[in-house]
Design a protein around this ligand. Structure first.
Ligand code: GLU
Length: 296
């Protein structure tokens, strides 16, 4: 156990696959407020390790959008693609320690449930070549206490089986990159959307295999519209596209259980109010419905 508490370092880590959407804004605002409440630092990391999914100019736009909400990171934004040497080092180490293994299976070799049955664990068949690299997982429960959602128990062996850490196209997988980069940045608490909560067990397993100190986790509510559907551009209900920054921030703070009084309107004032009042216990768990139909 560390005698010294770690300095608080939080982050927001968008993938540059398009405009910032409302769910991302909620994660950005929530992680920012939590870092401020802990007198910590708040970083932004652009997760640009998946060029096929990247949209040109998206990273710059996302940073500009964040800035328009007063969400300016305390250190220069980190670009994940520049951290490839660290990712490779982690891959090498996981292979050398036997935690990871090359896999020759293609998608069509996998069972319909998507859970990897351990086919290449013992080595590749003579006619196979390595395609991806997978991390070995045992049939073990991984428990953690989420700062908002409470105790979680996950078993990666039942969720995914041995999972991909380097993809067949040679790109490092999200699960590995996020762990290596959060550890390198000294992130003490990950605050992000609950759509990622199922990944946390796999990520905690990676921290163990790499012998790195794991952060704490807070998974923020998922925002849905009044019909209970996840907000998305495709259902036309993504407020950040439709509203001005004042209204978008108000809706994001509402989703986080911290809506300022109506008299507080300016973006900077709303954020300042939320900083003063921020308490994780006031943030709803589960899904929150936002009435996005009320304004156009
Ligand atoms: N880049 C991921 C996303 O946009 C988030 C990663 C994380 O917060 O762990 O969904």
């Amino acid at each position: 156990m560390n005698a010294q508490p770690r300095p608080y370092r939080g982050r927001f880590a968008p993938s540059p696959t398009g405009e910032l959407h409302f769910g991302s804004l909620v994660a950005a605002v929530g992680s920012f407020l939590q870092a401020r409440a802990r007198s910590g630092r708040w970083l932004v990391r652009i997760e640009d390790i998946d060029p096929p999914r990247e949209v040109a100019g998206a990273a710059r736009n996302q940073l500009k959008t964040l800035q328009s909400f007063g969400l300016v990171p305390d250190e220069p934004a980190i670009f994940q693609r520049q951290l490839g040497a660290n990712h490779q080092q982690a891959l090498d180490r996981l292979l050398a320690t036997g935690h990871a293994f090359p896999c020759g299976c293609s998608r069509s070799d996998l069972p319909a449930d998507g859970i990897y049955p351990g086919t290449c664990r013992g080595g590749l068949a003579a006619d196979q070549t390595a395609r991806s690299i997978r991390l070995r997982v045992d049939d073990d429960e991984i428990a953690f206490v989420d700062g908002l959602q409470g105790t979680q128990r996950q078993n990666p062996a039942r969720q995914s089986g041995d999972f991909v850490i380097r993809r067949a196209d040679g790109l490092v997988a999200y699960q590995l990159a996020v762990v290596v980069d959060d550890a390198a940045a000294g992130i003490s608490e990950v605050v992000r959307g609950a759509d990622l909560i199922d990944s946390t067990g796999r990520q905690l397993h990676l921290y163990r295999c790499l012998d790195l100190p794991a952060p704490d986790y807070v998974h923020l509510p998922i925002v849905v519209n009044e019909q209970g559907e996840k907000l998305s551009k495709s259902n036309g209900a993504d407020p950040i596209q439709r509203y001005n920054t004042k209204t978008s921030l108000r809706l994001a703070l509402r989703a986080l259980g911290h809506e300022p009084p109506a008299s507080i309107m300016a973006v900077a004032d709303q954020l300042a109010w939320a900083q003063q009042h921020w308490q994780l216990t006031r943030v709803p768990t589960g899904q929150v419905a936002i009435g996005v139909q009320t304004e156009r």
